[in-house]
Design a protein around this ligand. Sequence first.
Ligand code: HEM
Length: 230
Amino acid sequence: MMDSQQFAFDHTVSRRGFLRTLGMAGGLMASWSAAAQPGPLGVSNSANSRLFTFIGGETGNWSITDTRRITGDPWTPARKLTVVNGPASDLAGAKWLLRGVTSNERYVTRADKDDLVNRQEGLGRPDALRAALIPIRKTAAWWALTQDERRAVFEEQSHHTTIGLKYLPAVARRLHHSRDLGTDEPFDFLTWFEFSKSNADAFDRLLADLRATKEWAYVERETEIRLVRD
Ligand code: HEM
């Protein structure tokens, strides 16, 4: 009997050539295939996985309304987006996929964390019909900093958490880390936000506030993908 992980792996291999013909980087596919392949302890395919896969293509319950290059190389536009908690098992019509894992916080203080927990609301709210997927890659200079130097830029000089807190609970968010998945990942972070139509202007102000900070001097690639839930 084929279990679900075996199915995911076989499916990946059979789709590999298909995705190459769509112009996907071989490295990206290779790293993705490796992640989808069950290892000695198995790759979790359950709803408890910290891995999230974003698939841009012809299917999905989010319609992509805009794919805008902010900094660096542009990203391939697609019509629809599927978000999977775990590795992808169906790549029919896929143009691209991006992967990231949720993780522990690096920079927040206890006071920040308490504020965030008290003010933030979850994803999937019925009126949150707008979303943004913003993949971001930071410069080599950022990654050459030490943890305390990064924290100084992120919070003391840029006030990222303080700025963000002003937009809670209107904007719900989830941060995914891609950098530690491998050197072929096109971005370091996949940031995901959901909000109502009436808060779309506030979200634009949030973006403008953050992009004006010192932290964004360390952003070398950023794409803004805007979506509407079907
Ligand atoms: C909704 C309001 C927002 C809040 C409350 C917020 C809060 C945070 C917090 C607390 C962290 C640090 C987590 C840690 O300690 O590791 C973080 C990281 C991050 N946020 Fe935001 N954020 C918001 C909006 C945004 C937006 C709109 C973007 C993108 C345009 C963004 C991009 C990022 C990135 C890339 C990181 C990772 C930074 C790094 O580790 O170098 N955030 N955010």
